[in-house]
Design a protein around this ligand. Structure first.
Ligand code: HEC
Length: 161
């Protein structure tokens, strides 16, 4: 009686013990795989994210859109017509020797427009069309440049080094 009551629970206990131990082995292997994955994959993902962010700020994206944003040749003419050169020096534009604003040669290589907005084609178009919408107190006037002409100007400005 006593021996039976001892052996049965012992067998049950062994049976119970084996189940969790079998189950815990793949779980342990899974944890180990997760650890390996996370230690190797996480830095790789972080590196990828950093590279992706870094490439956003580089001129690659900008030069990619320069060709599609507008007509640089028309932009050159428009910059002269609108009198931008009264305030800005642009070596390629006739009569553009102004010193009120910063020189616009190589403006595409600057990272910030007027110290306010990221230098993207869209922001540059917005700046040219309505500088006060980006910097309310700027001395640059709103010259009523239409969207297409502003894009042409940006295409020209980004094409200059
Ligand atoms: C009355 C003078 C004046 C005229 C005209 C003018 N600007 Fe400006 N512009 C400025 C000033 C001043 C700044 C600097 C703004 C600031 O940083 O607050 C500026 C800034 C800029 C910038 C940003 C440059 C940078 O390096 O951040 C661009 C681009 C620009 N102007 C384009 C033009 C274009 C295109 C025209 C013609 C449609 C034009 N501007 C006409 C005065 C002028």
């Amino acid at each position: 009686m006593q021996s039976r009551s001892l052996t049965v629970p012992a067998a049950v206990r062994r049976g119970e013990d084996m189940a969790p131990s079998r189950a815990s082995r793949p779980a342990g292997a899974g944890r180990e795989a997760w650890w390996v994955t996370s230690t190797l994959l996480l830095p790789a993902l972080v590196l990828l994210a950093v590279l992706a962010l870094a490439s956003c700020g580089r001129p690659i994206g900008r030069t990619g859109t320069v060709a599609t944003i507008g007509d640089a040749h028309r932009g050159e003419q428009a910059l002269a017509q609108y009198g931008c050169g009264a305030c800005h020096t642009m070596s390629g534009v006739r009569g553009a020797h102004g010193k009120v604003g910063p020189p616009l040669d190589g403006v595409g290589e600057r990272s910030i427009i007027a110290g306010e907005a990221a230098n993207t084609p869209e922001n540059m178009v917005q700046w040219i069309r309505d500088p006060q919408s980006i910097e309310p107190n700027t001395a640059m006037p709103n010259l009523g440049v239409d969207a297409i002409t502003a894009r042409d100007m940006v295409a020209y400005l980004y094409s200059r080094r």
